[in-house]
Design a protein. Sequence first.
Length: 96
Amino acid sequence: MLKPHGDRIIAKALAAETVTAGGIVLPDSAKEKPQEAEVIAVGPGIQLESGKIAPMDVKVGDKVIYGKYAGTEVKVGSEEYVILRQEDVLAVMESK
């Protein structure tokens, strides 16, 4: 398993939509890169100038929205992940 350092987050991108709201099936080439992911692991936090560690705002299991061009995509075995900095997370989706 991957272990993130500092303020980094490892997340698994959620599947892109395959059908539009109007019922049109999208081919793989027309799908947009997903911007939603589920957090798999979080680092300990970023070290401040005082030497203290600032805790992370997100936790494992959170579903997050991140910037369109944010993060680094990596493949480990057959699984694909995105490694983000905490500052790349735009929002945490709350469950209803």
